[in-house]
Design a binder for this molecule. Structure first.
Ligand SMILES: Nc1nc2c(ncn2[C@@H]2O[C@H](COP(=O)(O)OP(=O)(O)OP(=O)(O)O)[C@@H](O)[C@H]2O)c(=O)[nH]1
Ligand SMILES: [Mg+2]
Length: 267
């Protein structure tokens, strides 16, 4: 049994930084994880890249060779990945054991999760390969001080959740930038009634019915719950990782993998 986190979220929400901090944390606690880059447009990394999808296709190459712009180029990359990503993973996994813990650093275009089947197919493939997979959805804490941005962030997360049909952990990233933590309390695990009245206050009366429908939808999936993450604090990373591990049942098997650092030092 393998374990996998699919780290997704809007552009710039902190996915790659999260992956890097998670890697460092796991190094410190001597836990084995591998970070996989799934972003054909990625430029540089703060973590050792165990597998890099740019070896299969990179946005730079596509733009140069086909004369496409960045958006058209990315669509081309995704179409290419649709046909080739699963085979690529199979080849890469040959170098790993069956019980590895993989963290996939994904691209930031959220429409990739809701409009294009590539990630859905990829997830199915991971499951067939006996991986327990969960989505880690990152939302920038700066979205949370405004109820309309919060709802739009929730809807994007919800759409990925419905599309991917995986256990789902919502994370509020960049907590170090939040100066007044009290402002956030209302949003971390919000009451539907609070959200509705906040929305109604901000928007013209003609939207009242729409607001009610949106809040009903979000609360019926009971997914409007976010875990704050402050990367400066080890305890915060540890807590988030614990929640995710729970979701994918990591640690429930007796033979949890621990990296043999002493062995590596000797090599
Ligand atoms: N203050 C602060 N900045 C952060 C944090 N996480 C990420 N950033 C900054 O936010 C910007 C985007 O971070 P990335 O980790 O590249 O975000 P991403 O989601 O991987 O971005 P894309 O791959 O382009 O979608 C960078 O300038 C980071 O330095 C954080 O926890 N705190
Ligand atoms: Mg990134």
């Amino acid at each position: 049994m393998g374990y996998a986190q699919l780290v997704i979220g809007p552009a710039g929400s902190g996915k790659s930084t999260y992956c890097s901090s998670l890697y460092q944390h796991c190094e410190t606690v001597r836990r084995s994880i591998h970070i996989v880059n799934l972003d054909p447009a990625a430029e540089n990394f703060d973590y050792p890249v165990a597998m890099d999808v740019r070896e299969l296709i990179s946005l730079d190459d596509v733009m140069e060779e086909l004369g496409l712009g960045p958006n058209g180029g990315l669509v081309y990359c995704m179409e290419h990945l649709e046909d080739n990503l699963n085979d690529w993973l199979d080849e890469e996994l040959d170098n790993y054991l069956d019980d590895e813990y993989l963290v996939f650093d994904c691209p930031g275009q959220i429409e990739l999760y809701s409009h294009v089947p590539v990630f859905r197919n990829f997830v199915e493939h991971l499951k067939r390969r006996n991986f327990n997979v969960c989505v880690v959805y990152l939302l920038d804490s700066q979205f949370m001080v405004d109820v309309t941005k919060f709802i739009s962030g929730c809807m994007a997360s919800l759409s990925a959740m419905v599309q991917l049909e995986l256990p789902h952990v919502n994370i509020l990233s960049k907590m170090d930038l939040v100066t007044n933590k009290k402002d956030l309390d209302d949003f971390l695990d919000p009451e539907p009634q609070f959200l509705l009245s906040a929305l109604n206050q901000q928007m013209a009366p003609k939207y009242a019915k729409l607001n009610k429908a949106l809040i009903d939808l979000v609360s019926s999936y009971s997914m409007v719950s976010f875990i704050p993450l402050d990367l400066r604090k080890d305890k915060s990373i540890e807590y988030v990782l614990g929640q995710i591990d729970n979701c994918i049942q990591y640690g429930e098997d007796a033979d949890v993998k621990v990296r043999d650092f002493d062995q590596e030092d000797d090599d």
